[in-house]
Design a protein around this ligand. Sequence first.
Ligand code: ATP
Length: 459
Amino acid sequence: MTQTEDRIPLSTEDTPLVPLEKIVSLCKRRGFVYPNSEIYGGVSGIYDFGPLGVELRNNIRRYWWWSMVQTNDNVVGIEGNIITHPRVWEASGHVDSFVDRLVDCKNCKRRFRVDHLPAENLKQNKCPVCGGELTEPRTFNLMMETYIGVVEGERMKTYLRGEACQNIYLDYDNVLKSSRMQIPFGICQIGKAFRNEVTPGNFLFRQREFEQWDLQFFVHPSEMQKWFDYWKARRFEWYKGIINHTDRLHFREHGPDELAHYAKQAFDIEYRSILGWQEWEGIHWRQDWDLSRHSQFSGQDLSYTDPETKERYIPWIVETSGGVDRTFLFLLLDAYEEEPPSDKDKEGRTVLRLHPWFAPVKVAVLPLQKNKEELVTTAKDIHNHLKRLMVSQYDDVANIGRRYRRQDEIGTPFCVTVDFKTLEDQTVTVRERDGMTQIRLHINELPAYLLERVRWDYN
Ligand code: ATP
């Protein structure tokens, strides 16, 4: 099933790029994202997620899992640990070469990654912001160190994983033997990764602790191109299906100087926001590099024997690697809109045009007045029923217009209003977020009507 065909139509009208500060402020004000350890002054590049943020994250994760694992017969999931044997990171090359080169501006003291500097500034050794002189590049390893064991001298130094996908290579052989998968097949995982980023910033875009999602798809070498093209197209459609501004999505092909020595091709799926065109997910040609290295470093043979032809080979890998955090940020940047006053809303409003699948709250139930007991009781009954099926909020504070705006700002796709007519004929008003259209439905029809629109497996 393709997501683009199945989504509820949303506004495709283009709107100006949203300043990052608006999203940061909304996230703090409404409980999506907080700076970590804020009462101690915070830690740069580390964030916590509030009541609405955790719902949004869960929805993002669940949707990825559903579309990548549950709906593909040739893909299974695992959940590997953050801490692994330290040799893993020697085999993967992270201990030696997971580094960023960094320069500082002697004048304005800003810090830049060498690979992010415009070519002209690099050539002239000039700061791209103030034109000041840059220092010589210094090299930093991004791996976060930790220790296993308590006794000094017997403790083993290891690392918090710098990328989540290594677990998939480590568990590949176990999955093969325990799940009866045969090549071609894939393994998916969502999990935390840690990097001592030298230039954390741009809110959730570059953090030190973040959550990645990976598919590693194992193939016969002769089918590598076919599967690379397949997953490249599938992943692009996936991202296109979850945003409103589909013209802000494109592929960037890696140039020869960026490609790993084993890679024939690599593409980034990039999204255009106020941060410019930036990577959302990478599609990588990993060939037999990972399994060969782990075979070599562990001494375990990770080759595959074709059950029919008996051919023995190290499988090649197509990787698609993105993450929850950039999806969270780009979805908000894509969905945020400030609408001027109109006939439908005299005061104007801020609205998050999130796909109903992702909206942290699916429905708000609002009694027209809070001092009329029958209205309140009926609204609470409806809320108590709906909350077992989806995230529902009951709200009776302030006039109805303000309550609608409060819900629009957090992306709630539907508001159900209980008024005096409800008491006569058991119908309620259902107001839809994007078009602000209203219909009347019988209370009994509500669950099916809403479920059909907020679940991603509706048809
Ligand atoms: P960049 O060049 O931006 O540092 P990368 O190419 O090193 O990124 P990968 O190692 O390919 O990124 O990671 C795969 C995915 O993990 C990225 O596409 C992105 O969605 C996510 N990701 C990587 N680093 C971070 C980070 N510091 N904070 C949040 N998400 C990240």
